[in-house]
Ligand binder design. Structure first.
Ligand SMILES: Nc1ncnc2c1ncn2[C@@H]1O[C@H](COP(=O)(O)OP(=O)(O)OP(=O)(O)O)[C@@H](O)[C@H]1O
Length: 260
């Protein structure tokens, strides 16, 4: 880990009334790293992500982005530096695909012709046909296409950091697989630092460099899949057993060569 992480959490806590959503979390994410945050419902994953770009404010602890304490950075400027992909795409329903993708450059005062060129470039990047999709409304897209638009929008202001909240959770398995692979390639090509929340340990193992496991607001463990496998925590080991069991069952039921 380099001396200055791209994103750093130091003893971060967030409570909502009597609920401690994030409880004393310390974690560093290096530049160009892809971190998956895994954990059950209500374990604090979304809260941790939203603290990062100050959609909500921490009660205690320090969060740094590119070395800067986020509490000292203007939240609007901070959010423009960090791409955010929502679970359901989070697109504005009344805006076309092109206008959704171009909204941040527009807010930044980018001239219209530059925005149009950037939108086309981004649609190419996420492999959506420009001519076919640019003028459509989100309701006329499939779930996978909407998520591609969500990724394009998150990348519009050329952020170095992308936060993704269960981006592929609601998709069919083939679309999910394709989109995960495509995003992983974008992450590499653009040199991004990515934090992705997922419920799915298999997805985390396949896409991320490192996995953070949360439970009841606490960071239970973090590391590569191989490092996590050495954890002494029963919950972490149980999470890792699920993909293993699935592979074993698949190997039993799907004879090799049948669908290779
Ligand atoms: N704005 C809020 N007001 C009150 N409680 C909240 C708020 N946001 C989150 N919480 C509570 O904080 C805890 C953590 O929620 P969070 O959304 O971070 O979990 P999560 O791991 O992302 O869950 P999921 O996987 O279901 O999205 C939960 O108990 C939740 O009810």
């Amino acid at each position: 880990m380099p001396s200055k992480p791209m994103i750093g959490y130091a003893q971060v806590a967030k409570t909502f009334g009597r609920v401690t959503a994030v409880d004393d979390v310390s974690l560093d994410i290096a530049e160009s790293e892809f971190l998956a945050v895994v954990g059950g419902s209500g374990s604090g994953k979304t809260t941790l992500l939203r603290l990062t770009n100050r959609l909500i404010e921490a009660n205690s602890g320090t969060i740094t982005v590119e070395g800067e304490d986020v509490s000292q950075v203007d939240p609007v400027a901070l959010r423009r530096r960090i791409g955010y992909v929502f679970q359901s795409g989070g697109l504005f329903p009344h805006l076309s695909v092109g206008d959704n993708v171009g909204i941040t450059p527009k807010l930044l005062g980018t001239p219209a012709d530059e925005i149009a060129a950037r939108v086309d470039e981004l649609l190419d990047l996420v492999r959506l046909d420009r001519g076919e999709h640019r003028d459509r409304l989100p309701a006329a897209l499939s779930g996978g296409q909407r998520q591609r638009v969500g990724v394009a929008r998150a990348l519009a202001a050329r952020p170095r950091i992308v936060l993704m909240d269960e981006p592929f959770g609601a998709l069919d398995p083939l679309t999910r697989d394709a989109l995960g692979d495509d995003y992983r390639e974008l992450h590499r090509k653009l040199g991004l630092t990515t934090i992705m929340i997922t419920h799915d340990m298999t997805e985390a193992i396949l896409l991320a460099d490192r996995i953070a496991v949360m439970r009841a607001g606490k960071l239970l463990a973090q590391g590569t899949p191989a490092e996590l496998a050495k954890s002494s925590d029963a919950y972490v080991l149980e999470l890792l057993r699920t993909p293993r069991r699935q592979v074993e069952r698949l190997n039993e039921r799907l004879p090799l060569g049948g669908a290779a």
